[in-house]
Write a protein that binds this ligand. Structure first.
Ligand code: C5P
Length: 299
């Protein structure tokens, strides 16, 4: 997250993420799934502008930039938007009676497994805590973050990459050294996280993240890419033909590794060089596989 003061407003650039590894360890009594996942943030950002209001109301306007959203997967603008839920939770827990006018510019496509909504929520929590002078500690903010969603704590922590456990909310930052380029494709249709988890069926044997985290710690990118894994991919492919077609398409391209991000529907590949990623992205755009962009991450 990048913060900037602009006149009386606070401008926050909120990143997207990719899951390099995601194993489902089992279903929990609370209905969630126990995970082991390696998440990396990428330089694709939404922008949140927080401005103070004289009353206690919190308003949200959403603008989609560059075709990030479509009619079928529009971003909610009402009280179910995670930004408004974050503001309401902060007001409730701290008794803060300030208001805010919030403008959100979306570049991260929703329903993609790219964490846009979670990242926006993390930024709203951290930004409003600062603007309203609520004085919550980072630990207290992390507790609110995990109530809002499983990926929100990752974005709040601001680590470039982390190994996450539990529902995804317990994180262990990983040291990042190398810069890597990814080509990301968002097929025409998005996927609902709850629907993909609902379709998930366990497949033995379970994998653990030891090999990929060790490769990342040693800066062995090719090995890390070989260890990529996403246990939700078969479920996503059952719900979206486009995901299966992207897997087949990427398996014929000279990339280090490729898979679904989170619960999808975005699909990505890691590339050895930025120039190669740009060439592949141009080719995929001409094939009209969906919205294609190139992003950088630190591994
Ligand atoms: O935590 P979040 O709100 O992002 O989760 C959305 C949905 O995804 C949950 O309601 C649940 O159905 C599913 N989920 C899960 N196990 C997780 C994370 C999400 O079953 N660890």
């Amino acid at each position: 997250m990048l913060f900037r003061n602009q006149a009386h407003s606070l401008v926050i650039h909120t990143p997207a993420k990719l899951n390099l590894f995601l194993e489902v360890l089992g279903k929990r009594a609370d209905g969630y799934h126990e995970l082991e996942t390696v998440i990396v943030s990428i330089d694709r950002y939404d922008t949140l502008v927080l401005s103070p209001r004289r009353d206690e109301a919190v308003t949200l306007t959403v603008q989609c930039v560059g075709g990030a959203c479509s009619d079928s997967d529009a971003v909610p603008t009402g009280s179910d938007n995670l930004v408004l839920r974050a503001a309401a939770l902060l007001q409730k827990r701290t008794g803060c009676s300030a208001g805010a006018a919030i403008a959100l510019r979306k570049r991260i496509p929703p329903a993609s497994g790219l964490g846009g909504g979670s990242s926006n929520a993390a930024a709203a929590l951290a930004g409003l805590n600062r603007m309203w002078r609520c004085g919550l500690s980072s630990e207290a903010l992390q507790t609110l973050a995990s109530e809002l969603g499983s990926d929100v704590p990752f974005f709040l922590a601001g680590a470039p990459t982390a190994l996450c456990r539990g529902r995804g909310e317990r994180l262990e930052p990983l040291a990042a050294s190398a810069r890597v380029t990814a080509v990301v494709v968002r097929p025409r249709a998005g996927l609902s996280t709850a629907a993909v988890y609902g379709r998930y069926r366990p497949a033995a044997p379970l994998r653990n993240a030891a090999a990929i985290t060790q490769a990342l710690r040693r800066g062995r990118l090719t090995e890390a890419a070989r260890q990529m894994h996403n246990a939700l991919q078969p479920a996503a492919e059952e719900l979206s033909d486009e995901v299966g077609r992207l897997r087949e398409r990427f398996s014929r391209l000279p990339v280090l590794g490729h898979q679904l991000s989170g619960s999808g529907s975005a699909y990505f590949a890691l590339c050895a060089q930025r120039r190669q990623a740009a060439t592949l992205a141009a080719r995929l755009r001409s094939e009209r596989v969906g919205r294609v962009f190139v992003a950088t991450c630190r591994l």
